[in-house]
Design a binder for this molecule. Structure first.
Ligand code: ES4
Ligand code: ZN
Length: 325
């Protein structure tokens, strides 16, 4: 049967991890000390005690302030390198890492500081046998103007990231708010993905806009697409990837949306398992696979299909995919 060792050792692609969500309490305390930032917490236990949330808004209220410890290029490098070491232990062969430049530029950190630190870690990760790439996300609760300025600046570093995404608070922030930025990014040859599914009420319309108008290649979360059979058929036919994160799903749904994941699997949709914000939601990618496999009694074959889907939905070349599969 499926064991934690099996899920940890299975070769995987990680397509949904926020680098800021990999900030472990140990590193947070170390950086706070190094940069003389008062975070109001002095021990690992103090930090862990603040990790209390029951919805996206209460999570984000803990998440963004933690980033104050990230000040210098080396801090971003250390954050990413710490993560990439954990990825290597989880046998992640390929990873596409989200980062949120506006969460840093809005508090006075230069875009260049953020991307240069993260990028240098992705280069050094080759020594760990991890192929790492970056995806720049727009914060959807920031303005269109802010997104436009962020993309303009990012295009000066176009060789350092492979796509754009959309995250943060979905409530009243539909994907179409960023239509022009997605169009521009696509015209520049960047890949497109976006989060959907946080605000359940409008979420199916958000998914429709993403698939039919904006033309994303993946949807992050988004497994509630099962509500709409026509959209599911579209997603299967067009090989749209759905990146689901069981442990972060557990915060909003007692069954980690496993029914939705299994239904998509049965309809040949490219759904795969990832970790979202592993330092905050209780585990890295192997733990996410195991939590889901254990709760739903998955067979090894089902788990292997999920891992294959992760490579299929990734943004590596066909030749490269065939090497991994
Ligand atoms: C996020 Cl769980 C979640 N949802 C939306 N945006 C995010 N950024 C980091 N984690
Ligand atoms: Zn996410």
């Amino acid at each position: 049967e499926v064991t934690p060792e099996f899920t940890q050792n299975l070769p995987k692609a990680e397509l949904h991890v926020h680098i800021e969500g990999t900030l472990e309490p140990e590193l947070k305390l170390k950086l706070a000390k190094r940069n003389h930032v008062d975070i109001g917490q002095e021990s690992i236990e103090d930090v862990r005690a603040t990790y209390q949330y029951d919805d996206l808004a209460s999570f984000l209220a803990v998440y963004y302030p933690a980033m104050n410890v990230l000040q210098h290029e080396q801090d971003f490098y250390d954050l990413a390198m710490d993560y990439l070491q954990r990825a290597a232990k989880n046998n992640v062969r390929h990873v596409e890492i989200f980062f949120d430049p506006q969460a840093h530029t809005s508090r006075g950190i230069a875009f260049e500081t953020v991307i240069n630190g993260l990028y240098r870690a992705t280069v050094d990760a080759r020594a760990l046998n991890v192929d790492a790439q970056l995806i720049m996300c727009f914060l959807r609760d920031f303005s269109r103007d802010s997104a436009r300025e962020t993309l303009e600046e990012a295009l000066n570093y176009k060789d350092k990231f492979i796509g754009v995404g959309l995250d943060s608070d979905e409530h009243n922030n539909p994907p179409m708010k960023f239509f022009h930025q997605f169009a521009k990014a696509s015209a520049e040859g960047l890949h497109l993905t976006a989060h959907a599914d946080i605000d359940q009420k409008d979420s199916i319309e958000h998914i429709r806009e993403l698939l039919e108008v904006i033309g994303v290649e993946r949807v992050d979360h988004g497994t509630n697409i099962v509500e709409d059979p026509d959209l599911v058929e579209f997603a299967a036919k067009n090989k749209i990837g759905f990146t689901s994160c069981p442990l972060s799903n557990s915060f909003v749904s007692p069954f980690m949306k496993g029914d939705e994941i299994l239904e998509l699997l049965s309809k040949d949709v490219l759904v795969s398992i990832h970790s979202d914000d592993p330092a905050y939601f209780g585990g890295y990618i192997g733990d996410n696979y195991y939590a889901f496999a254990d709760k739903y009694n998955l067979t090894k074959e089902q788990v292997v299909t999920l891992a294959k889907n992760s490579f299929e939905a990734s943004w590596i070349s066909r030749e490269q995919k065939d090497l991994y599969l």
